[in-house]
Design a binder for this molecule. Structure first.
Ligand code: ATP
Length: 254
């Protein structure tokens, strides 16, 4: 389901300079991402996964390397073309669910009526039809994360950055959300960069996988995951799933 190239990273490196020392956050980040790809970014704590997302979002400059997003024919606007989902849903507790989903559209000044319609459609897509007028406290953790996913899509971004969105959910809800996310990804046809600590989750979701290692923090591998979509939970017990998982375990010295 890949289209033209959206992202080209080559030899990207980032060092944080603090008062008493320099911290190498990530290095050797090299990857090409096509429109519609789902990239899993997996690695241990502190290996620079969030830093890669921040560089892509243009929140931090890189120290070295080539970063190209979009093309002259389809320029990329960081303020409009990125949607973000974090580990916590971060919904505003005084706003109804639909008004939370609408927030990026409001900030960008998009037409109200169309945005509201789109927000309703997205809430239906993430399985929250009927919950538009509820408040966040009335929703479970998984439902709140669905609302956060709808919010990340409301302004129709080209790229969705997800920083461990299911890290705070229990194991069963997390598996369910994995399946839901793949369905939403296939329906919305967005390019997704998905950060996770979980090797299983990385293999299960990704069309491609980037493996980051710590000490020194670097991208150790980037490869396609040639398992067919739609993915099903029983694939996790299959041999080729195990081959991909072992490749990552090995890189992480586990
Ligand atoms: N603003 C900052 N200033 C200084 N050091 C930072 C800053 N942000 C991150 N770091 C350091 O850079 C390294 C990489 O951090 P980053 O948050 O990208 O890792 P991560 O893989 O996302 O970690 P985690 O999985 O724990 O969220 C870490 O050593 C971290 O302490």
């Amino acid at each position: 389901m890949s289209g033209g190239r959206l992202i080209h990273l080559e030899g990207v490196r980032k060092v944080y300079h603090t008062r008493d020392r320099d911290i190498l956050a990530v290095s050797d980040v090299t990857m090409d991402v096509n429109d519609g790809d789902f990239i899993s970014l997996v690695g241990p704590s502190g290996c620079g996964k969030t830093t890669v997302l921040k560089i892509l979002a243009d929140l931090h400059p890189a120290d070295e390397g080539v970063i190209e997003i979009g093309s002259p024919e389809a320029p990329f606007d960081h303020s409009r073309d990125i949607g973000m989902v974090f580990q916590q849903a971060l919904l505003l507790k005084w706003r109804r669910i639909i008004d939370n989903v609408l927030l990026p559209a409001e900030i960008l000044g998009l037409p109200t009526k169309q945005s509201r319609e789109r927000a309703r459609d997205l809430l239906a897509m993430v399985g929250l039809k009927g919950f538009e007028d509820r408040y966040p406290y009335e929703l479970s953790g998984g439902m709140q994360q669905r609302a956060a996913i709808a919010r990340s899509l409301v302004h129709d971004p080209k790229l969705v950055l997800m920083d461990e969105p299911f890290g705070a959910l229990d194991a069963l809800t997390r598996e369910k959300m994995n399946l839901e996310l793949l369905r939403i990804w296939q329906e919305s046809k967005k390019t997704v960069i998905f950060v996770t600590h979980s090797i299983q989750e990385a293999v299960f979701l990704g069309s491609h996988c980037a493996v980051l290692t710590a000490g020194p923090a670097r991208m150790a591998d980037y490869f396609p995951i040639d398992l067919p979509y739609p993915r099903t939970l029983d694939m996790k017990t299959q041999e080729d799933f195990g081959v991909y998982s072992r490749r990552i375990y090995k890189l992480l010295n586990l």
